[in-house]
Design a binder for this molecule. Structure first.
Ligand code: TRP
Length: 380
């Protein structure tokens, strides 16, 4: 392999709604997808509404947007917005999934927003090898996680695509009619061997962008907090929104939480690389002790050379989930200067994660009684 091809390889990354591969260069992704960076200036504006900055914004875990400034202006002019987010029930929920949901809850609290939460059981059946039965089980388990986040019951509605299809179908037709195969192909990379269910699916994910306008009887702004891999759906929806009399949905995009073993996205399909909300606490401890870090191979080298938090998944988890920005900066300095060993960070992550998950599991239990109250219905 020549040097230049090696370089190409290390530069390689790919982000689609179904696959995240390689080490993602987020600045390049903003250019590639044509989204906007969340600047300090925009964060200041945001803060003028919320009074404080959520750590996920302050840390720039949410780093990119479309029309966030527009939706804040609307809010300032007394046009309230809906929130819309979702979950593909391909498996159980892990910590990486919770991050956009935490921010969604924060936004719901601060802006007193209604929230639509879509579960795309159809998408996960069509993509992959899971049976509908298995997916139905995931749907139920995932709903418990969603409720456990603590969303406002009277302002949150969960939509399960196959169950609520009669509320989605006519709007999905309006969308589908205006999207050609050639557009869908270029946005999603469909090929001749893609099953036609997948090709027909994207309009359904677009529907909740417009449902608030239909429910409210007037054009209603919608803000979507989601990981950036979902952006292709919103590009498609934005293309046709105005043609059918709706606002383009605004978005706020997060990065991916790295998996525990390597760089890349935490994945439900590889259980060892993720901390699930249903994991036993001793399993979590064990996973964390086996985690990939940015440390040196030996303690003496670590003291001499320092570690690299930039590639360390333990550092990322602590940073985005548990450390305050000041604590995280201090951790980084101590690590880089060789004054912090990986064992200490692993212990910190282990104790934070186990106490977080044990409380979360109690909330999940309580959620079992609330499922029907969170389900979408038009009469509210
Ligand atoms: N397609 C998403 C997934 O696979 C699920 C989803 C549906 C979603 N609607 C959404 C995610 C809106 C974020 C925002 O996970």
């Amino acid at each position: 392999m020549s040097d230049s091809s090696k370089e190409d390889y290390s530069d390689y990354f790919e982000v689609t709604p179904w696959k995240v591969e390689g080490s993602v260069d987020y600045a390049r992704l903003i250019k590639k997808f044509g989204t906007q960076e969340i600047t300090d200036e925009l964060l200041e504006k945001f803060k003028s509404f919320t009074g404080e900055l959520h750590p996920l914004l302050e840390h720039k875990f949410f780093f990119s947007h479309r029309d966030l400034d527009w939706i804040l202006n609307k809010y300032e002019n007394n046009e309230k917005f809906y929130l819309y987010t979702g979950r593909g029930p391909s498996g159980m929920v892990h910590l990486g999934h919770l991050m956009p949901w935490f921010l969604t809850k924060h936004l719901q609290d601060k802006f007193d927003s209604n929230l639509l939460f879509q579960i795309t059981d159809d998408e996960k059946f069509l993509y992959g090898n899971k049976s509908m039965e298995e997916i139905n089980r995931n749907v139920y388990e995932n709903i418990l996680d969603i409720i456990a986040i603590g969303f406002n019951k009277s302002k949150t509605k969960i939509i399960v695509n196959s169950k609520h299809i009669k509320h989605l179908y006519s709007t999905s037709l309006e969308i589908a009619k205006r999207i050609t195969f050639s557009t869908a192909k270029s946005i999603f990379g469909f090929t001749n061997s893609t099953n036609i269910g997948m090709i027909g699916f994207p309009p359904l994910q677009g529907v909740p962008c417009f449902l608030p306008s239909i429910l409210e009887g007037r054009p209603t702004p919608v803000l979507i907090p989601a990981a950036i891999d979902q952006d292709p759906y919103w590009r498609l929806t934005r293309d046709i929104a105005e043609k059918i009399g709706f606002y383009k949905p605004a978005q706020i995009h997060s990065k991916f939480l790295p998996s525990l073993q390597t760089v890349g996205k935490m994945s439900s399909s590889d259980p060892e690389t993720a901390i699930f909300t249903t994991d036993d606490l001793d399993v979590i401890e064990k996973k964390i002790s086996n985690t990939f870090t940015g440390g040196q191979p030996t303690i003496s080298l670590q003291k001499k050379l320092g570690g690299n938090p930039g590639v360390c998944s333990v550092f990322s988890y602590l940073k985005y989930m548990f450390d305050t920005p000041a604590e995280s900066n201090e951790r980084e300095l101590r690590c880089r200067s060789g004054n912090l060993l990986c064992g200490e960070c692993k212990n910190d992550l282990s104790s934070h994660s186990t106490s977080f998950i044990s409380i979360f599991q109690q909330k999940r239990e309580k959620a079992k009684d609330l499922v029907s109250e969170f389900m979408y219905s038009e009469d509210r």
